[in-house]
Design a protein around this ligand. Structure first.
Ligand code: FCB
Length: 461
């Protein structure tokens, strides 16, 4: 029987051990989700400190004030990474630690923390892969309009230069932005995340200003001989039916979620946004020369964060050109996200088909699942293993994928869900900060070791 979904293929898949030699294994985290220590060593407030202080924004009033206390416990966390045998660690740098007010010289104490972190990673033979912006904008910049203000892109460039000048001798590759799509939609369109603005389609300039920030930062990184990636959340989009109305709605959603950021980055132009009430200038945000700047530095890699596909139907209210539909007959994570591993294959193949030679090598910079399971977490193991099989299938179908960073090393502060969604290979008891590796930790460690052993054997014949 054939699948009802375009992205569920029932053909045999190669297994995850078929991933190429040199494929890089990692884990991913983000500063505000793990560091804590929000008032220490001169760190300034970020939009997430302000947002979480407002009643009703985060489930049960949780905040990132302590999180996993990684700011103090990073040596223990790096030992956990060493135990996994990782090639790389994706983390983010907290801009408010480097520039507490979003401008001016670097705070030496802020830089010193990332010095310690990077040096300890290198000591453990783990390559640091920092993200420069994972949503924790200095509050002082939000007070001047945040990403609605074009000047924030220039402030981001200044911050990038400070950090790259300091760490660039030890850190070869950098991710400029994390999920600019989610930051725009959740933070500025819907107000579910910081800074909590509910502007709906008037949030679109936030897309352009983030891309401009990427372009400015990429130029500076490139001038310093550093590799540049950018990570976005992407999703394969399925129409709820073959009706022209559902197809048009699915196309509109695909444009917003997948093409709004990727087309300018790879093709140097915005997709047709008329369904969203704007021309290619995004409500006047785009100025002459901006798109050239965004594409001036070729990406070393495209970071793809994949969690689930999306099913779309014709709109039910006129304010948006689509509506979300349930994906039937699939299991869901504790977060309620549909589990569809083949969506990862479909997504990667569609990127390859859509962008052709303009697509740089891909790295999966996030993929993982939240469960309510304790230390024994078969659902997470199944999620990760089936997604890696799907990834191996995409590679067999010709997509150049260079690495996989699972989300996440530790249970952590999951934004609007607080500490309720647990994504970690390592369980964290937030009352005691006790870390305990789950079954998935051991499984991932063994997978990495088995892949390496297989590559070594193949290399020796
Ligand atoms: C992604 C975010 C990451 C984490 C995971 C679960 O959208 O980039 O910080 O919250 O979702």
């Amino acid at each position: 029987m054939s699948s009802p979904h375009i992205f569920i293929r029932e053909a045999a898949m190669p297994d995850r051990y078929d991933l190429p030699t040199g494929f890089r294994w990692g884990v991913a985290t983000a500063a505000h989700q793990i560091e804590g220590a929000v008032d220490e060593d001169g760190r300034g407030p970020s939009i997430w400190d302000t947002f979480t202080a407002r009643p009703g924004t985060v489930r049960d009033g949780h905040t990132g004030a302590v999180a996993c206390d990684h700011y103090h416990r990073y040596p223990e966390d790096i030992e956990l990474m060493r135990g996994l045998g990782l090639d790389g660690y994706r983390f983010s740098i907290a801009w408010p630690r480097i520039q507490p007010t979003g401008a001016g010289p670097a705070d030496p104490a802020g830089l010193a923390f990332y010095d310690r972190l990077v040096d300890a990673l290198l000591e453990a033979c783990i390559t640091p892969l920092p993200t420069l912006f994972h949503w924790d904008l200095p509050q002082a910049l939000e007070d001047r309009g945040g990403w609605l203000n074009r000047d924030t892109a220039h402030r981001f460039a200044d911050y990038t230069a400070l950090v790259a000048d300091h760490l660039g001798d030890r850190v070869p590759a950098w991710i400029t932005l994390n999920e600019p799509f989610v930051h725009m939609v959740y933070g500025y369109a819907l107000g579910i995340h910081a800074p909590g603005r509910a502007l709906m389609l008037d949030a679109l300039p936030v897309a352009h200003h983030q891309l401009l920030a990427h372009g400015l930062a990429a130029t500076l990184l490139h001038e310093r001989g550093l590799d540049v990636l950018v990570s976005n959340n992407l999703t394969p989009v399925e129409p709820a039916s073959p009706s022209p109305a559902d197809l048009a709605a699915a196309d509109a959603y695909d444009t917003l979620h997948n093409r709004l950021f990727t087309d300018p980055l790879l093709l140097g132009r915005y997709p047709d946004l008329t369904a969203f009430g704007t021309g290619p200038d995004l409500h006047g945000a785009v100025r002459p020369g901006d798109l050239d700047l965004i594409t001036a530095t070729p990406l070393t890699g495209l970071g793809v964060n994949y969690y689930n596909p999306t099913r779309i139907a014709a709109p039910t209210d006129p304010s948006l050109p689509f509506t979300f539909a349930e994906i039937p007959d699939v299991p869901h994570t504790a977060f309620g996200w549909p589990i569809v591993p083949d969506g990862l294959r479909a997504l990667l193949v569609s990127l390859h088909d859509r962008y052709g030679t303009a697509l740089p090598p891909v790295t999966i910079t996030e993929n993982g699942c939240s469960t309510t399971e304790g230390l024994d977490d078969p659902t997470r193991i199944s999620y990760l293993s089936t997604h890696l099989d799907a990834l191996a299938t995409a590679v067999a179908e010709g997509v150049d994928v260079r690495g996989y960073y699972t989300w996440s090393l530790l249970d952590n502060f999951e934004w609007a869900e607080g500490y309720h969604q647990r994504f970690g290979l390592v369980h964290v008891d937030f009352a005691t900060q006790q870390r305990t590796p789950r079954a998935s930790y051991t499984w991932y460690r063994d997978l990495i070791a088995a892949h390496r052993a297989r590559c070594a054997k193949e290399g020796s014949v």
